[in-house]
Ligand binder design. Structure first.
Ligand code: ADP
Length: 265
């Protein structure tokens, strides 16, 4: 691999400079290729489990299911569940790949953040009546952020879904929204299982789950947070987490406030 690099001369001339630039490019491409390879490996790995589970159930059906209605029922519904999981996985991979192109396609979007946060807050209250949702809104008036509305909704849904999914006995979710002169800050807090600092460093990585079996049981593929992060970075925003194991987590997102000049970029 090092042989394919352009050798650096001793001179300090333009050629030497160019060689450095080319070598940097080679390194970046190498890294990109490695990442893509890793991604394909991860995807194959993720698809193997649902396929194996379905294969098991189909074999069972083939052998006993024709006479035994109980096996028939159970194996059919288990197989359907795996099909659902694969559908979600494919959709999430598409979302992830599109999120990488946000900068190119969604430069001039402008979305009323107050309205979208309130709307999602109301939706979740309706969806989960056994949960208490609080909304602490510090914004006096509507503020527009530079993001495509659907993407903002997608990020909020990922975080609110997780807050519900990883709550334990205290079914409470706090949402807050505030701003400074450049950014809007939204925080989503739960009082659920939380995580260690080591896990907190990794949960934005693709396919990373703190507890694979448990997350899988809850229908998770470990892609939600990486989609959210990829989207936010694409819009020059960010996401972070503060979490304490067995006490809960706060996810914070920031998004740049829309400026009229943005549309001229
Ligand atoms: P998943 O589909 O598994 O939920 P995510 O990418 O959304 O995938 O999250 C990755 C992992 O981060 C989860 O599997 C879970 O272990 C952890 N996690 C995410 N949100 C929370 C939360 N609110 N509380 C505790 N753990 C969380």
């Amino acid at each position: 691999q090092s042989q394919s690099r352009i050798p650096l001369g001793n001179t300090n001339d333009e050629l030497a400079h160019l060689s450095t630039v080319f070598n940097d490019m080679l390194d970046k491409m190498q890294l990109y290729i490695e990442q893509q390879k890793q991604f394909v490996e991860d995807v194959s790995h993720e698809l193997r489990t649902p396929v194996a589970v379905m294969e098991g159930h189909l074999k069972l059906l083939n052998r006993w299911g024709k006479e035994d209605p109980e096996i028939l029922d159970e194996s059919l519904s288990a197989s359907l569940q795996e099909v659902e999981r694969m559908k979600t996985l494919v959709q999430e991979m598409l979302d992830l790949s599109r999120a990488e192109q946000v900068e190119i396609h969604y430069k001039n979007e402008k979305t009323p953040i107050k309205q979208v946060v309130h709307q999602n807050y109301n939706n979740f209250k309706m969806l989960y009546p056994n949960f208490v949702f609080n909304l602490d809104d510090d914004l006096n008036e509507e503020i527009y952020v530079s993001i495509y509305r659907h993407h903002l909704e997608q990020i909020l849904i990922i975080l609110l879904d997780n807050a519900v999914k990883y709550s334990t006995d205290r079914n409470e979710v706090h949402i807050s929204i505030a701003s400074d002169d450049k950014f809007v800050h939204v925080a989503i807090q739960d009082f659920g299982e939380g995580m260690t600092p080591e896990d907190a460093d990794k949960i934005f990585n693709r396919f990373y789950r703190v507890d694979k079996a448990r997350s899988r049981h809850k229908g998770g593929n470990g892609l939600g947070l990486s989609i959210a992060k990829e989207l936010l970075l694409g819009y020059k925003g960010n996401i972070s987490v503060d979490s304490v194991l067995n006490h809960g987590s706060i996810f914070r997102i920031t998004l740049p406030i829309y400026k009229e000049t943005d549309s001229e970029l």
